[in-house]
Design a protein around this ligand. Structure first.
Ligand SMILES: [Zn+2]
Length: 223
C-alpha cells in the first residue's frame, strides 16, 4: 500500500510557503511513477513555485518493492528505526503490505539518507545483493585510501545509471569513479558468502560500518 499526504513547507530561499506531496509509504507496484522518481533521485527534490529554486526535502518514507521482495525505511531518528523494527516483527499479520506468498523472502533495510534509499532501491531492482555491494564499496575505498592517503572519502555510492560504477565522493567536491565489473561482484559474493550470512541475522542497517565488521572479522579468523 501507499500512504500520501499533502503538506506545506517553507522555501529555504524565498521563505514562501508552498504545498507538496509527501509519501509516508510508497509501493512501487501501485505508484510506479513515484517509484521511478525515487530511483532517479528526484522524489525529494522540489521546485519552489514562487522563486523556482530547487531544494531537497527529505522525510521518513517506507518504500516497498514487492517484485524485488524488499522494504526499505528511510528514517529521521532512532525512534523511526525502532518503529520500523516493531512493524517488521508484526509481519506477516500486516498483510496490507504484502502479497503473502513471498513474505518469508523479504529483505528489510533501514537507511538514514535519501541517497542511500535511492541506491538500495536500484540495487534490489537490478537483482543485486546490497551486502555484496557494500563489501565491494568498502574494498574500493580501502584501495583508494592506500594509494592516496591524503584524500578524505565522505560518501560512497553505487551509480544509479549504467555503467555500474562505484562513486567515491571526496572532501572538496571531487568524485572518483571506479568500475564495478561483474566478475568482481561474483568473486566477492562467493568468497564472503559465509561471513555475509553470519552477519545478516537481525541486521537492518547494511552500510559501510557493516561491511567493515564483516571484513575485520573474516581477517581475524584467517590470520
Ligand atoms: Zn522559493
Amino acid at each position: 500500500m501507499s500512504r500520501i499526504q499533502t503538506t506545506e513547507t517553507v522555501c529555504p530561499s524565498c521563505k514562501e510557503e508552498f504545498p507538496f506531496t509527501m509519501w509516508e509509504a510508497l509501493n512501487s507496484s501501485i505508484h510506479p511513477e513515484a517509484a521511478a522518481d525515487l530511483m532517479q533521485g528526484k522524489l525529494f527534490r522540489l521546485t519552489c513555485p514562487h522563486c523556482q529554486k530547487e531544494h531537497t526535502f527529505a522525510y521518513p518514507l517506507l518504500y516497498t518493492d514487492m517484485d524485488s521482495a524488499v522494504m526499505i525505511q528511510l528514517v529521521a531518528d532512532d525512534q523511526g528505526a525502532d518503529d520500523f523494527i516493531e512493524l517488521v516483527s508484526r509481519l506477516p499479520d500486516e498483510s496490507l503490505y504484502f502479497s503473502p506468498t513471498n513474505v518469508d523472502n523479504y529483505r528489510y533495510r533501514i537507511v538514514i539518507d535519501p541517497n542511500e534509499l535511492t541506491e538500495k532501491a536500484n540495487i534490489f531492482r537490478l537483482g543485486l545483493d546490497d551486502r555484496v555491494i557494500e563489501l565491494c564499496k568498502y574494498m574500493a575505498c580501502a584501495g583508494v585510501a592506500n594509494s592516496y592517503p591524503n584524500v578524505t572519502i565522505q560518501r560512497v555510492l553505487l551509480s544509479v545509471e549504467p555503467p555500474r560504477e562505484i562513486l567515491l565522493f571526496l572532501e572538496g567536491g571531487s568524485i572518483i569513479k571506479l568500475p564495478l565489473p561483474a566478475d568482481m561482484y561474483s568473486d566477492v559474493k562467493n568468497r564472503f558468502s559465509y561471513a555475509i550470512e553470519a552477519f545478516s541475522e537481525g541486521q537492518y542497517t547494511i552500510d559501510q560500518d557493516w561491511a567493515m565488521k564483516v571484513l575485520t572479522c573474516r581477517r581475524r579468523n584467517h590470520a
